[in-house]
Design a protein around this ligand. Structure first.
Ligand code: B1M
Length: 211
């Protein structure tokens, strides 16, 4: 669809005003929010990732694209959170220590809220102890960890180690995700589950409700 291609194009050029306007228009012409997200915003961000890796663009360009991504997400956010249900459980979520990437984590948080979970978002670059302390203090059912860098993946293992140390019989489930994370890595570090994208993450969190 032309408008989604335009959203992707303006996101790539870092034009947050245009992205906000076009996202609003796409909503008004009744394009489903999930489609605007996947085929407009995320599609644009994926191209940014490819061009960044190929050294065709540089960090400031990525930052501008991220700002434009947030402008679009601001428009879509209320649509994903509409029609809240009674809480399905409490989730403490964040991006692990050393990692500043928070767009994907924020999407997961938005989708979880929309699905009826109570979400405590600790932000990005979160110290491992903070996840465990908050989850125990808040009597959360889940910890959600996001990592986008191969160098910060080990911090996930550290959170799980600290949780087991503090509460050996803990019923708190740890769900991990992020671009470099795989199901195999999740199993290897002792996570309870892996979510490959925001929609899938919601299904994964919900799968524990029937236990
Ligand atoms: Co950086 N960065 N970045 N970056 N960045 C990547 C991740 C990279 C792959 C780019 C590349 O080389 N192609 C690369 C990592 C390489 C690696 O580790 N092997 C990289 C690098 C190298 C870096 C720096 C080191 C660059 C430098 O300084 N030289 C630096 C590190 C800073 C740090 O964190 N300490 C850096 C910085 C940045 C910015 C700050 C400029 C910016 C982040 C802004 C922000 O987040 N506020 C940025 C961005 C935007 C990217 C790319 C281009 C896009 C990431 C993104 O937002 N994607 C990224 C390339 C890429 O991934 N294609 C890249 C869109 C988002 C919707 O997807 O985050 O994958 P994603 O989330 C998905 C799933 O992964 C999943 O669901 C989400 C929604 O579908 N998911 C979960 C995520 N968390 C989950 C949790 C779950 C379940 C699912 O359960 C709890």
């Amino acid at each position: 669809m032309k408008i989604l291609e335009e959203i992707s194009k303006y996101l790539q050029s870092g034009d947050d005003t245009k992205v906000r306007e076009l996202t609003q228009t796409a909503v008004e012409v009744k394009i489903p929010p999930g489609e605007i997200l996947d085929d407009g915003l995320i599609a644009g961000m994926n191209i940014i990732g490819i061009r960044f890796k190929a050294h065709e663009i540089f960090l400031p360009d990525v930052l501008l694209a991220a700002r434009a991504m947030y402008a679009g997400m601001d428009v879509l956010k209320p649509l994903f959170i509409q029609g809240q249900m009674p809480t399905l459980g409490k989730v403490v979520i964040g991006t692990v220590q050393g990692d500043l990437h928070d767009i994907g984590k924020n999407l997961v948080a938005i989708m979880l809220k929309g699905a009826g979970f109570e979400v405590i978002d600790l932000g990005h670059d979160v110290p491992s102890e903070k996840f465990v302390e908050t989850a125990c203090l808040q009597k959360a059912g889940y910890i959600g960890l996001s990592s986008l860098l191969t160098t910060t993946m080990p911090a996930m293992k550290e959170v799980i180690r600290l949780l087991k140390e503090k509460q050996p019989d803990s019923a708190i489930r740890v769900i991990v995700g992020g671009a470099p994370i795989t199901k195999e890595y999740a199993t290897e570090i002792g996570a309870d589950a892996y979510g490959f994208d925001a929609m899938n993450a919601v299904d994964v969190f919900k799968s524990f409700l029937s236990e």
